[in-house]
Design a protein around this ligand. Structure first.
Ligand code: FAD
Length: 312
């Protein structure tokens, strides 16, 4: 079986979600090739996880139409049986376009994956994590997106042959006129191994600093509930949940978060969940590994202080 992994680079490195996707493909026993768009700085790294051919599309622009057409053409040419994406903003945008070009659907947000002959089967959480559904591809090609942090990364060996590919000359129907990156020294939610999220219990915008400080001590990403984002206390890019980002880090700390079903949808597959809430009946305690019933303004400052001493 041949699988094409659509990878991404970040700051010149091969993104963690891409390493996960290549590892999954290798573990399924597939011949694994990679498509990557960008500067090319991360392309060679793909071979350390087992990629054979790495199709490199050098570009400084994000042109979703062009990339989708190039990927679909490669899939058809190469006889790939599956295309793997990360289930992040890039994967969601491009996978849907590629699936449309290949006349199929996206098996999205997989947390488990298997193959049976040429057919790919995935499991994904549904109803905000209350149940799981299994889906099996029926068409000749399965387009799949994988939930970040759901698969372990392993190194492997691949040929690592880089083949540069070029645009097809077609004019895009939409063009990006401006791109303004958010500059932050903090790890992004998509890549984070640890996340500290603040909820409405923080009471006001200035107190979000308690969340940021704890996140910095832990080397974590800072997250927010929709209540916090709607109040303007944190940027929408930090929202975790059904209408925000889905995360599955090793450690998720929910501070002053009630645990509404729409929030749980985005974080309940985290490995260890720590909740701090003054209401012992808060639903977040239903999914928490460790819970602290208490006032966050009394709990978080000394906790941060102790962690700072421990972790330097
Ligand atoms: C279609 C739809 C989509 C949605 N998508 C999302 C989404 O993506 N993400 C999301 O988060 N929400 C989403 N929501 C909103 C969701 O329903 C909740 O309203 C929201 O998650 C509540 O945020 P919260 O937990 O911060 O606030 P609240 O529910 O108000 O909870 C605040 C918590 O803080 C505790 N608290 C208060 N003071 C303290 C203190 N001093 N110390 C400790 N604890 C304290 C309280 O006991 C309470 O449990 C969505 C809703 C809809 C309808």
């Amino acid at each position: 079986m041949r699988i094409l992994v659509i990878a991404q680079e970040k700051d010149g490195a091969f993104r963690k979600s891409s390493r996960e996707a290549v590892t999954v493909s290798k573990k399924l026993g597939a011949q694994t090739d990679v498509f990557i768009a960008g500067t090319g700085a991360a392309a060679k790294e793909a071979s350390a996880y087992g990629a054979d051919t790495i199709y490199l599309f050098k570009t400084s622009e994000y042109d979703a139409e062009m990339q989708s057409r190039l990927i679909a053409a490669k899939v058809n040419e190469g006889g790939y049986k599956a295309v793997f994406f990360a289930h992040d903003w890039y994967g969601r945008d491009i996978s849907a376009r590629v699936a449309a070009l290949l006349d199929t659907v996206v098996l999205s947000d997989a947390t488990q994956i298997s193959v049976d002959g040429d057919r790919v089967a995935i499991t994904r959480p549904v109803y905000s994590g209350k149940a799981k559904v299994q889906l099996k591809s029926k068409g000749p090609v399965a387009v799949v997106s994988l939930r970040s942090n759901s698969f372990t990364i392993e190194e492997s060996t691949g040929k690592g042959e880089i083949v540069e590919i070029f645009g097809d000359g077609m004019e895009p129907k939409a063009k990006i006129v401006e791109f303004t990156p958010v500059v932050t020294k903090r790890v992004s939610l998509a890549d984070a191994d640890r996340v500290v999220t603040g909820g409405r219990g923080i009471k006001e915008a200035a107190n979000y600093k308690l969340i940021e400080d704890l996140a910095d001590i832990l080397g974590a990403a800072a997250g927010a509930t929709r209540a916090v984002v709607d109040a303007g206390w944190a940027d929408h890019a930090l929202q975790v949940g059904q209408t925000g980002q889905t995360v599955a880090p090793n450690l998720y700390m929910a501070i002053g978060v009630s645990g509404a079903i729409q929030h749980l949808a985005g974080m309940s597959s985290s490995k260890i969940i720590v909740a701090v809430n003054k209401d012992p009946e808060a639903p977040i305690f239903g999914v928490a590994t460790y819970g602290i019933v208490g006032d966050l303004f009394e709990v978080i400052p000394p906790l941060s202080e102790e962690l700072k001493k421990m972790l330097g």
